[in-house]
Design a protein around this ligand. Structure first.
Ligand code: BTN
Length: 256
């Protein structure tokens, strides 16, 4: 089944996110098409959504499995100030967790900084790309992929590490309703002026805290206990020798 774009446009109750919707049946990556749209002047909140991606991109150059008709793959064009830009990595996974809860009742969690998990399996991924114009942000591309009705067992490369809402619930979920809930939650969090409550909520959902982790940041690897996050959302790691290191960006694996 194709996404019911007309229904999404009719039921959308946001003023920014999704007000301009670009739908394509297939694209290499919604990030590339959204970049093109943004360069042509697409307004803030424009959504580029595809039924399928032939070269869906994950973080660290990984591939994002993107077959047609089962999942959500979309990119939001944003034109944030520096403050809002810093918060994207916090508010986006939070919006996904809230939308999943509203539509399905499932309680997803977050692996720092922005992987959305159910149990220890990945449900959704977020890719944030920023394009600068000199010292200021020209635009940001917020890429979101959610495994909605994917039968993960049919994709051996992710079968042991990924899940989908259908896998968890045993029945299909409306991609349209989930998308509409995502628009709403994203808009609310993006427009919020105080960052404190979102940070607290995001922090309370992190599965990473209190665990032994291995953090890869650039070409450096740090190991230790993930003690906390600071006010910017950076990860505070306690090394075995007792010293502390702040990790601003990177990938984290939980050590069992
Ligand atoms: C990750 O967890 O590694 C991030 C995955 C991001 C996937 C989404 S799907 C929509 C958008 N287009 C892409 O090519 N990637 C993002």
């Amino acid at each position: 089944m194709k996404l019911a774009i007309a229904a999404i446009e009719r039921l959308r109750n946001t003023r920014l996110i999704g007000a301009n919707l670009v739908y394509v049946p297939e694209v290499d990556s919604t990030q590339s098409l959204a970049r093109h749209e943004a360069e042509l002047g697409a307004s803030e909140g424009t959504i580029v959504i595809a039924e399928a991606q032939t070269a869906g991109r994950g973080r660290f150059g990984r591939r994002w499995v993107s077959p047609a008709g089962v999942n959500l793959y979309f990119t939001v064009v944003l034109r944030p100030d520096a403050d809002r830009l810093r918060r994207l990595s916090i508010i986006t996974p939070l919006a996904v967790v809230r939308a999943v809860r509203i539509v399905t009742g499932l309680e997803a969690k977050i692996k720092w900084p922005n992987d959305v998990l159910i149990g220890d399996k990945k449900l959704a991924g977020i890719l944030i790309e920023t394009v600068m114009a000199g010292d200021t942000v020209d635009f940001a591309l917020l890429g979101i992929g959610v495994n909605v009705n994917l039968d993960v067992a049919t994709y051996p490369e992710i079968a042991s590490i990924a899940t989908s809402l259908r896998t968890e619930l045993g029945h299909e979920i409306s991609r349209e309703l989930l998308l509409l809930a995502l628009f709403k939650e994203l808009e609310q969090l993006y427009l919020e002026t105080s960052a404190k409550s979102a940070l607290d909520e995001w922090r309370s959902l992190l599965v990473t805290l209190g665990h032994e982790v291995k953090a890869t940041t650039g070409n450096r690897v740090e190991e230790g206990v993930a003690e906390d996050v600071d006010a910017s959302g950076d990860l505070i790691l306690r090394r075995t020798n007792g010293s502390r290191v702040i990790i601003a960006a990177g990938d984290v694996t939980l050590r069992q």
